[in-house]
Design a protein around this ligand. Structure first.
Ligand code: B12
Ligand code: SF4
Ligand code: SF4
Length: 422
């Protein structure tokens, strides 16, 4: 039955079908009419955010239409036909440690959403499991839902996961999926914030009486995320200076990373989970069994607290085998290695010096500069014990590796290295 308008029965159908397709949460919101008070508020927030330089070098956020308006400041600018938006969310919190827990001194951190891969990890004799990107299967599910919606109610639709010219978190909040926490993430009382969002823009109209009730803001007086952010990217509640966020620095920022922000990066080499790891609403929620496509979403154990030496030893072929089709493809090997060099510097581990020296003397100027910084940092901050162990015969220029190990063991192929760890 084609309706062209949302009605309670269709909303009920949406809940049932989205859940059957594998989304844990779904809601629908009306798209603001041009110049309505709510459109004006959202647009002015977005403009102010960009104009304050908060987006750093993320040029895709700054795109404008022919009239000079920021494309993302209002849904209707790029999609004048859209009247409503379905927002779906999937919890990706598979079991695993938190980034804030004790971890080996030689380990880095890859954001939780990027752990996924196709099969349980091999023994080292089998090829590494192929990477998968949550965005891909979210989009597949959204297309299925949009297609069924079209068959049932008619209208035009368009699906996005991440890439569309719209602010998904604002839409999610308005669709009742959750509230926007002080860390700027969408949080749901029962599911926490390990949520990936996907949206279906639709031409169906949502009568005002069917609008979702906004989720109550349950941050209260808590400020854990703001207090824990190492780079002071959360400038005040609900406000982020993305140019300082470690997720931006490690994933989006090209070239060199500002020196002042390198130490705060700690051991993060891809993304950052700290402001979600400390959030009390994330203590319990786990992805529901059955909501994740089991074969393709398993966390790859090697990517949890990954060994920095192992990541550093990846050549182009190995990087491709591990990360093709995964979110890490975005940084390519060169930027991942830049981040690894900084994490090595922050680790104060003398054992990384030989590899850092190779990078420092190599051809990639960004990596060379980051390595040079890391070497001086390790030399400044390495433990007394390590500094003593560093005493070397004049002229060799190399610090000894930890006792009983050789250069070859430390920086050979990833497979050998992995065997060494297990
Ligand atoms: C650019 C981007 C980033 C940038 C900037 C993040 C940011 N806060 O803006 C960087 C690279 C830093 C980033 C990091 C991460 N991202 Co990101 N990112 C995006 C992207 C593509 C655009 C976001 C955007 O437009 N930002 C501009 C600002 C203005 O908007 P906003 O923060 O999203 O929301 C603002 C408004 O809602 C408004 N607002 C609402 N209420 C109120 C109230 C007050 C008082 C005020 C002042 C403002 C205000 O202010 C909010 C906060 O500034 C979206 C996808 C999309 N198309 O929306 C994903 C998205 C936001 N990211 C996502 C994720 C998962 C992450 C990371 C967790 C990844 C990681 N582990 O490293 C981190 C989280 C860091 C964090 N604390 O936010 C998810 C968020 C899911 C969720 N549960 O909220 C999204 C929705 C992608 C997806 N499809 O799932 N991301
Ligand atoms: S993701 Fe990390 S750097 Fe970014 S706001 Fe959260 S804690 Fe701060
Ligand atoms: S840590 Fe506290 S303030 Fe931050 S999002 Fe969670 S509940 Fe809100």
């Amino acid at each position: 039955m084609v309706t062209d308008t949302w009605n309670p029965e269709l909303q009920q159908w949406l809940q049932e079908r989205s859940s059957a397709i594998g989304f844990e949460l779904a809601g629908v919101a009306a798209v603001d009419a041009p110049n309505s008070p709510s459109e004006t508020l959202e647009a002015s927030r977005f403009e102010a955010w960009i104009e304050a330089g908060r987006a750093g070098e993320m040029e895709f956020l700054k795109r404008r239409d022919a009239g000079g308006r920021f494309l993302r400041s209002s849904v209707q600018i790029a999609h004048p036909w859209a009247n409503s938006v379905v927002v779906c969310a999937m919890n990706y919190n598979t079991p695993g440690p938190l980034s804030i827990e004790q971890a080996p001194a030689n380990s880095g951190w890859i954001a939780r959403y990027a752990w996924s891969g196709e099969a349980p990890s091999g023994t080292g004799d089998t090829p590494p499991p192929a990477g998968t990107d949550y965005h891909d299967f979210l989009l597949t599910r959204l297309h299925r839902l949009a297609c069924e919606l079209g068959e049932r109610a008619g209208g035009e639709s368009k699906c996005y996961v991440d890439t569309g010219p719209l602010v998904e978190r604002s839409l999610a909040a308005r669709a009742g999926v959750g509230w926007i926490g002080k860390n700027t993430c969408v949080l749901n009382q029962g599911k926490g914030s390990w949520l990936l969002l996907g949206v279906i823009l639709s031409s169906l109209r949502l009568p005002p009486q069917l609008a979702a009730l906004p989720a109550a803001d349950r941050c209260g007086s808590c400020t854990r995320c703001i207090d824990a952010c190492p780079s002071e990217a959360l400038t005040s509640p609900h406000q982020m200076d993305a140019s300082r966020c470690i997720a931006y620095l490690t994933i989006e920022k090209k070239g060199t990373i500002p020196v002042a922000l390198r130490e705060p990066m700690g051991r993060q080499v891809f993304g950052c989970d700290i402001c979600q790891d400390v959030c009390p609403w994330n203590r319990h929620p786990r992805a529901e069994s059955g909501s994740l496509p089991s074969a393709s979403i398993r966390a790859r154990q090697e990517l949890i607290n990954p060994d920095l030496g192992w990541l550093a030893s990846m050549d182009a072929g190995t990087f491709k085998r591990w990360f093709k089709g995964s979110p890490l493809e975005r940084t390519r090997r060169s930027r991942l290695h830049r981040n690894v060099a900084i994490a090595m510097g922050n680790s104060a581990e003398m054992r990384f010096l030989p590899h850092l020296r190779i990078w420092r003397d190599g051809e990639d100027p960004v990596l060379a500069e980051a390595s040079s910084w890391a070497i001086s940092k390790i030399e400044r901050t390495g433990s007394l014990e390590q500094v003593e162990a560093r005493e070397e015969p004049p002229g060799t220029g190399n610090a000894p590796l930890p006792s009983g190990s050789t250069d070859r063991e430390y920086f050979s192929t990833d497979r050998e290295y992995w065997h060494g760890r297990s």
